[in-house]
Design a protein around this ligand. Structure first.
Ligand code: KG4
Ligand code: ZN
Length: 347
């Protein structure tokens, strides 16, 4: 273990400044400073506010991670940083710091893919993947099915419109819940009746499945939910928020788990990893645990603190790249706001 490389991971793709140190797949420390409260009053992330917050938080967060881990900067063997996808200004702050550190230390730089990192972080908790895995990455910006086979990532499907987290945030806003609304809908749904009504499940009919077997679509569900809320408001009826949240969450968890199981069967994969901010969702976690066990599939899902954005996922991606002998990214790499999901490292 002590011979494993020490990797510093830096994450600044959205509103969380995350820094972590990992020795191999052993996490030493993970610190996250969030600017989410600064965005709440705007009902969404304000990119300029996020970039400035990263600038202020990054160096103190790196210092805190080093101090708490009791390691000196000179002991770091490699620097991993999010190169994309994400907000360009936020990514630029982390990248500039990571490049400066890698250059000053004379150590390799790995510019990693944030979305793939959401799945790779599970290796810090449940150990290295011992073969190809099917990864469902669900966050505020992505709902994607990926096959991760060592350093090679293949994209099977994705959302054609809204991501799962985005749909929760938008519907939650209509219900008057604070941003980000995902965790609030989750909390309300826990005491609601998931059988109260049935919300639409897009791309699940036979003719859609032929064309989009592994793709998702949540904008129709979002619109159906929005219409329901608007009609209730127009008619002066109150929305039974717990039941409403439970049925909405049920529709999302149902489609996500059903399509993931189909993909696993089709691809002959027995191990499934779920990651990304939305994988903190308890309705998804419960349904995945129940359905995957019934299907005889091995489910790997990290604890909630590793689901939302953090530095540990980026350190884990760096360790994964090192472990599979990938060439480091050069110091000339730039931030890539739409980095393809098949690209683990920026080149
Ligand atoms: O991965 P993440 O931290 O940031 C992105 O890369 O997008 O994901 C944030 C998303 C937000 O949409 C948030 O509402 C959602 O994850 N989220 C949840 C829960 N926790 C976070 N959605 C539903 N239930 C939760 N418990
Ligand atoms: Zn994320």
């Amino acid at each position: 273990m002590s011979n494993d490389p020490l990797v510093l991971g830096i994450e600044t793709s959205c509103d969380e400044t995350g820094v972590a140190l990992a020795r191999g797949f052993g996490l030493l420390h993970d610190v996250v400073a969030s600017s989410v409260e600064e965005h709440a009053r705007f009902g969404g992330i304000v990119p300029e506010v996020a970039s400035r917050a990263h600038l202020e938080a990054l160096m103190p967060t790196i210092e805190m991670a080093l101090q708490t881990s009791r390691v000196g900067l000179e002991e770091v063997d490699a620097v991993a940083v999010t190169a994309g996808p994400g907000l360009i200004g936020s990514l630029a702050v982390g990248l500039a710091a990571a490049k400066a550190l890698a250059f000053a230390l004379g150590k390799p730089l790995y510019g990693v893919n944030h979305v793939i990192g959401h799945a790779l972080v599970d290796q810090l908790v449940h150990g290295a993947f011992d073969g190809p895995v099917l990864a469902l990455v669900v966050s505020g910006g992505h709902s994607s099915l990926l096959v991760i086979d060592g350093p090679v990532v293949t994209e099977l499907g994705q959302t054609l419109d809204d991501a799962a987290g985005e749909a929760f945030d938008k519907v939650g806003r209509l219900l008057g819940l604070p941003y980000p609304a995902g965790p609030h809908i989750d909390r309300l749904a826990r005491t609601g009746n998931p059988g109260w009504t049935v919300f639409p499940r897009a791309l699940t009919r036979r003719q859609d499945l032929e064309k989009h077997p592994y793709d998702f679509s949540f904008s129709g569900l979002k619109t159906a939910a929005a219409r329901w809320i608007e009609a209730a408001q127009d008619e002066g009826r109150s929305v039974p928020v717990e039941d409403f949240a439970a049925c909405f969450a049920e529709a999302v968890a149902d489609v996500l788990t059903a399509k993931t199981i189909t993909a696993a069967r089709d691809q002959g994969l027995g191990t499934l990893v779920i990651g990304g901010g939305f994988s903190a969702n308890s309705q998804l976690r419960d349904k995945a645990a129940e359905r995957f066990a019934a299907a005889g599939l091995d489910l790997r899902i990290p604890p909630v603190e590793f689901c939302t954005d953090n530095g540990a996922m980026i350190a884990a991606a760096g360790v994964h790249a090192l472990r599979h002998g990938l060439e480091p990214s050069g110091l000339g790499i730039g931030a890539d706001s739409s980095m393809p999901l098949t690209q683990l490292l920026a080149t």
